[in-house]
Unconditional design. Structure first.
Length: 321
């Protein structure tokens, strides 16, 4: 049996990446009902909202689902209080850079005691090793192709390294939206696949229609990376907001730019996701948006990608060299 499915109690080795304002109960439940792992994107959300989303998800599915937490000390205490009481089947630890081994061990032990499986997303191999040693059950490695927070290495570089170094199942993330990407990830040794941008256009998610259309309309080179000066760079679709952020970084020192970016970027996600502002709002899609061309139910997104991957893999031995 596929180890990702076995560990997480799911039927298909597809994880829906947690995205703020997008990964709410309707989408999460749809992905879980389709056999994958839906994940609530509640990393920095207040306690009341997190509890509401867990309850709403449980009304829509009896399948395993997850909720994400950002591995910042100030964020983990209130999240862990919720975990102890609500006991979500999976905790998804979101990292940016520089994991603290003691912090991981402390909270992973608590989450395990609550009955949760632990999935960690890392963009650095060192962080993946730290999280695995601390007790992670599944490791996602995300390349810089992905939307939202990114780093500096490609998925094709991160996945083989992680597979060589880790004993736990490795999930590929960044630049995956169809069966071609999944087949490539399998060839690199991945046992599971995370998709985010593909689910931005799912029929079940409740973001503003302008967001879905912006992803569908995105072509090659439609995304840019902003926020290098903050050490938390993000990939998003190019628009007036992105141009302003890039100009600030180009014309100021790193320290000054980091301070200037925050008020400009503040609430930009909400402006896009809930208000539909495609110029001053942030649409954090990955490079793979160029291949995401239609709105589909979550189940179709998953099943179509897996079917295409199986078809590709069935014919690989026909390649001659």
């Amino acid at each position: 049996m596929n180890r990702v499915c076995e560990v997480l109690g799911i039927e298909k080795p597809v994880i829906q990446g947690p995205m703020a304002w997008i990964s709410t109960a309707p989408l999460v439940a749809a992905v879980s009902n389709a056999g994958g792992l839906g994940v609530l994107g509640v990393g920095f959300a207040p306690e009341g909202f997190i509890r509401e989303q867990i309850a709403a998800t449980r009304k829509l599915t009896d399948k395993p689902f997850g909720m994400n937490a950002i591995m910042f000390p100030d964020n983990l205490e209130h999240v862990t209080k919720i975990v102890k009481e609500e006991k979500p089947p999976v905790m998804y630890a979101d990292t940016i850079a520089g994991l603290d081994p003691d912090l991981c061990k402390k909270y992973f032990d608590i989450w395990h005691e609550a009955g949760c499986k632990i999935v960690v997303k890392a963009s650095f191999i060192d962080d993946a090793l730290i999280a695995a040693k601390a007790g992670a059950d599944v490791m996602i490695v995300k390349g810089w192709e992905g939307g939202g927070h990114v780093t500096f290495e490609a998925t094709t570089v991160l996945v083989p390294q992680a597979v060589d170094l880790l004993d736990i199942p490795v999930v590929a993330s960044g630049g995956l939206a169809d069966g071609r990407g999944i087949a490539a990830a399998i060839a690199m040794g991945a046992e599971g696949f995370e998709m985010g941008t593909a689910f931005m256009v799912s029929a079940e998610n409740v973001v503003h229609p302008n967001v879905k259309q912006a992803v569908i309309d995105a072509g090659d080179m439609a995304t840019v990376i902003t926020g290098y000066s903050t050490d938390e760079p993000c990939r998003q679709i190019k628009n007036e907001l992105a141009d302003e952020l890039i100009a600030i970084e180009a014309n100021n020192t790193k320290a000054a730019a980091a301070e200037m970016l925050r008020p400009v970027a503040e609430s930009s996600l909400k402006k896009a996701m809930m208000e539909g502002d495609m110029q001053q709002g942030a649409v954090m899609a990955g490079q793979i948006a160029a291949l995401v061309k239609e709105e589909k139910p979550a189940a179709a997104i998953i099943d179509d990608a897996l079917a295409q991957a199986k078809e590709i893999l069935a014919h690989l031995n026909e390649f001659e060299f």
